[in-house]
Design a binder for this molecule. Structure first.
Ligand SMILES: Nc1ncnc2c1ncn2[C@@H]1O[C@H](COP(=O)(O)OP(=O)(O)O)[C@@H](O)[C@H]1O
Ligand SMILES: [Mg+2]
Length: 256
């Protein structure tokens, strides 16, 4: 962390993928400083480079150029300081809830007592006590994503990276999981970077919304959301902000 409480700093990030004989610039000039404990939503249309940015922060993909630092150290690969939650849950079907949550701890060689203690804490935190022995195929979508969140948190990351984690859920479950995530965020005080293409979801969740445009993916605008939580989707300020962002995305689509 530097003196300004910046935990993650991204400067002039560019990502190009080879395409035919040339290359396709997927992300260009992306720059963002994220404060410790902040809830950031990365919002933009499909294909604008959201997953690419997230995977580069996770260290799962390298940047073509640019500078990324986490707590002042360059990001050069994956690490336990970042926890990832995927849309498709990414759970191991043959493992129980408890064993899924303990996966990262096993990799780190954490001893049995400590593992039990940590998995219990995070299974409790996400509201899955009593389901320790269940397997993913016995769980609803919302419950699977609770496991995904508990697993990501169990390794005690600095930052939680979430890629459209509620995209596969029905509307009601999705709204419930958004509230649950905010509760977990407030209890754990983690920094969250949450990718979504839902404006409504971003306005409900974020401290700041980073709106991206497509091809190459660039930051179009950053909105600071000052609405108090819990947010009311029916409040005029909520509706106005949602409309403003929707209009902006619509303009982009029309190329104006
Ligand atoms: N591994 C890859 N190889 C080539 N092109 C890719 C790869 N990953 C993503 N892309 C391209 O980069 C662009 C951004 O993709 P992505 O980051 O997945 O967007 P989003 O998550 O916003 O939908 C898309 O045009 C996609 O086809
Ligand atoms: Mg994506």
């Amino acid at each position: 962390m530097d003196g300004n409480g910046i935990i993650l700093s991204i400067k002039n990030l560019v990502k190009a993928f080879p395409k035919d004989d040339t290359e396709m610039i997927a992300v260009s000039g992306f720059a963002l400083d994220v404060k410790d404990g902040e809830f950031i939503c990365l919002l933009g249309p499909s294909g604008c480079g959201k997953t690419t940015v997230l995977r580069i922060i996770a260290g799962l993909q390298s940047a073509t150029s640019g500078e990324l630092t986490l707590k002042g150290k360059p990001i050069t690969g994956p690490g336990s300081d970042r926890g990832m939650v995927f849309q498709e849950f990414g759970l191991f079907p043959w493992r129980s809830v408890k064993k899924n949550v303990e996966f990262g701890l096993e990799v780190q060689g954490v001893d049995e007592t400590k593992k039990n203690e940590i998995s219990k804490r995070f299974i409790d935190l996400v509201g899955l006590s009593g389901f320790e022995r269940s397997h993913p195929n016995q769980l609803s979508g919302g419950m699977k994503q609770r496991v995904g969140i508990a697993r990501a948190l169990a390794s005690n990351p600095e930052i939680l990276l979430m890629d459209e984690p509620f995209g596969a859920l029905d509307a009601q479950t999705r709204n419930l999981m958004q509230k649950e995530l905010l509760r977990i965020w407030q209890e754990t005080k983690k920094t969250v970077i949450f990718v979504t293409h839902s404006v409504d979801e971003a306005v409900f969740l974020a401290d700041r919304i980073v709106v991206m445009t497509g091809r190459p993916g660039k930051i179009k605008e950053i909105y600071t959301v000052t609405l108090p939580r819990p947010r009311d989707r029916g409040h005029p300020d909520f509706i106005n902000l949602r409309k403003k962002i929707l209009d902006e995305l619509e303009q982009q689509r029309q190329g104006t």
